[in-house]
Design a protein around this ligand. Structure first.
Ligand SMILES: C[S@@+](CC[C@H](N)C(=O)[O-])C[C@H]1O[C@@H](n2cnc3c(N)ncnc32)[C@H](O)[C@@H]1O
Length: 203
């Protein structure tokens, strides 16, 4: 993944508010605009969860009433969680979200009310290659949503512009009552990423 030498406004705010990554503000903007955790509660699945800002946001937002399953190749950071990740309502699955083992382990924890995916490939510097790899992760996330999301549930996924993202949005629109595209203001300037949101999974 790209390394940025200077912490910007959002990185400094994240540290101050106890989150390991600035990406939390993207989810917060999505939540505020689409009411994700107001309308959709219960069981949440967070794909590509490390270092864990989205997971922490979810746990702080849903409280003890809900549960979280998080998946990543890397472990979650324990710097800011104040023991929240040790809760009985949290399960962390370390591994590749494409693997059959992880899919099976996640399915056993579902069905979910919300599936989130902020997974990103290690960037190569070649925008086309990165977009293709990102799209593959987004498509895998949509497979999780198709298989493990309860009827009426919500889906949030990151996509890098450049690949065949139109088809992904089309599939989201056919699977959900509403399918939206949204670029949070907290995305880095010049970043190719955007988010697709599916609300109300059809039966
Ligand atoms: C931008 S970070 C996610 C940040 C996270 N939402 C947060 O707020 O802390 C992207 C993550 O995707 C993960 N990732 C990439 N490919 C993956 C895969 N195949 N399976 C699981 N995780 C993956 C990376 O390890 C990385 O931690």
């Amino acid at each position: 993944m790209l390394q940025y030498s200077q912490p910007d406004f959002w990185s400094l705010k994240a540290r101050k508010e106890g989150y390991p990554a600035r990406s939390v503000y993207k989810l917060k903007e999505i939540d505020e605009k689409f009411g994700v955790f107001k309308r959709f509660r219960g069981k949440i699945l967070d794909l590509g969860a490390a270092p864990g800002s989205w997971s922490l946001y979810v746990l702080r937002r849903i409280g003890a009433a809900g549960s979280l399953a998080a998946v990543d190749l890397s472990p979650l950071s324990r710097q800011y969680d104040k023991g929240l990740f040790d809760g009985e309502n949290v399960r962390f699955l370390q591994g590749d979200m494409n693997s059959a083992d992880i899919r099976e382990a996640a399915a056993a924890l579902g069905p979910f009310n919300v599936v989130l995916c902020d997974a990103a490939p290690a960037t190569t510097g070649n925008a086309s290659v990165d977009a293709i790899r990102s799209l593959a992760l987004s498509e895998t996330a949509l497979e999780y949503a198709e298989a493990m999301l309860a009827q009426g549930g919500a889906f949030v996924v990151k996509v890098f512009q450049g690949g065949d993202v139109a088809l992904l949005l089309k599939r989201i629109r056919s699977l959900f009552s509403q399918g939206k595209s949204f670029k949070p203001q907290s995305c880095r300037k010049g970043s190719f990423e955007t988010y697709y949101i599916g609300l109300g999974k059809k039966s």
